[in-house]
Design a protein around this ligand. Structure first.
Ligand SMILES: [Zn+2]
Length: 419
């Protein structure tokens, strides 16, 4: 017996045939199968082909048949950069921004990241986990089957660990697959504003060893930016994390280019994220590595900033991924369809490039391409059925949810009423 047979699908497999992140022309190949089908057992794809062929092989021995009725099926979206664990929202600050207030004015009014830090410090693990579990449902509704989530609103030993413990709890207690990233170096905590070095020492000597020992994070990230962490400090923190087995990624070139992206040449980095202000030096550095450029157009949209130069990044032969950056300050959205729309309409990516960036390349950005990001035999059966027969409806019929249903490991985890 097999668990599930899906038939009559306009299937876009986005196959991981290359076994490496896609670049240039490779981004455009979605591996379509018209009137396609696949079989799922034990949460994995076990066969893929035409409806006719698979009906013959499996119809007499499957527990369930799903008729896609010629709708488009894609791999579940992978969101490789979020700050989805937070407590409380910052809509007042959003209003101040719309009224033209500066970042400093907002910060002085008790807003900004320090607002999120206060809320995390005032919550316990159960409250944080409950909050994140609610958000997981929304990720599923919009077709995301795996996402990365960072610490970074605790900014001290106890609260950074608490955030990572909350992520672990949600992974254990729900269908979610959340990849945890430690970013103690997300900002400089207020109490260390005049002594950054002492805080970096705590990150390196206390937080990293504890997190590694208790396996609370897979990645280590740093907000490498002028006035936050310099390229030199970033290198020190990432190197310390890597010595404990954490994998490196960074926030870089978001507000100003200060040489952070260039670190990819010296340190094995899985992704450099944001890149709104990337320079030719940064582009050349990434070009010579396997590092993914993770672009976050929702942040440029929300902050009314210039978008990252996706076309130049692709022309250089750098592999792009796209992500929501879901957070309560600069990009409050769980919707990868919205991010695909912005990538197409504002960053000049083709719909096919954006889809590769939202699935297989995003899986590479979090080092999970062996298991997710494409519809290939042996991979986890994470897939979405759209409402329409073409993926073009994602950017074309924008602002609505194009996802009909979402399956994680072969199990339906979300279903929209719009059908
Ligand atoms: Zn971020």
């Amino acid at each position: 017996m097999t668990d599930l047979l899906v038939i009559n699908a306009n299937l876009f497999r986005i196959s991981d045939n290359l076994k490496k992140p896609r670049t240039k022309e490779q981004l455009k190949e979605l591996f379509p199968i018209e009137n396609g089908a696949f079989a799922v057992n034990d949460g994995k794809f076990i066969d893929i082909g035409s409806t006719k062929e698979l009906l013959k092989k499996y119809s007499h021995k499957t527990k369930e048949v799903v008729d896609a009725k010629n709708r488009a099926i894609l791999p579940g979206f992978v969101d490789p950069h979020t700050h989805a664990l937070f407590k409380g929202t910052r809509e007042n600050e959003f209003k101040m921004r719309l009224e033209g207030k500066s970042y400093m004015e907002i910060l002085n009014a008790g807003g900004g990241i320090l607002n999120s830090v206060k809320n995390i410090r005032n919550s316990n693990i159960d409250e944080l986990a409950e909050n994140l579990a609610k958000r997981v449902k929304l990720f599923f509704v919009y077709g995301t089957t795996t996402f990365e989530a960072k610490s970074g609103y605790g900014l001290d030993f106890e609260n950074e660990i608490k955030m990572l413990e909350a992520i672990k709890k949600v992974n254990l207690e729900t269908d979610a697959e959340i990849i945890p990233t430690f970013i103690g170096a997300h900002a400089i905590p207020y109490e260390y504003r005049n002594n950054k070095k002492a805080y970096i020492d705590i990150i390196i000597n206390e937080m990293i060893p504890y997190i590694a020992e208790h396996k609370l994070a897979e990645f280590i990230d740093v907000f490498c930016e002028k006035g936050v962490y310099s390229a030199e400090e970033t290198k020190m923190i990432l190197t310390a994390g890597m010595e404990y087995g954490l994998k490196a990624k960074i926030h870089s070139d978001e507000i100003e280019a200060i040489g952070c992206t260039e670190l990819a040449k010296e340190i094995k980095m899985f992704s450099c994220d944001h890149l709104l202000k990337i320079t030719n030096r940064g582009l050349n550095a990434l070009k010579s590595t396997d590092t993914i450029a993770t672009l976050l157009p929702g942040t440029a949209f929300s902050l009314k900033e210039k978008y990252a130069p996706a076309r130049a990044i692709i022309d250089y032969g750098i592999a792009p991924a796209i992500a929501t950056d879901c957070n309560p300050g600069s990009s409050y959205s769980e919707s990868m369809p919205e991010i695909i729309t912005l990538s197409v309409m504002q960053m000049g990516m083709t719909p096919e490039e954006a889809l590769s960036a939202a699935t297989i390349n995003a899986a590479y950005a979090i080092d999970k391409a062996e298991h997710i990001g494409s519809i290939d035999i042996g991979k986890q059966a994470d897939f979405i059925i759209l409402n329409e027969n073409s993926y073009l409806f994602i950017p074309y019929h924008y602002g609505i949810n194009p996802v009909n249903s979402t399956y994680k490991k072969g199990v339906k985890v979300a279903f929209s009423a719009n059908n």
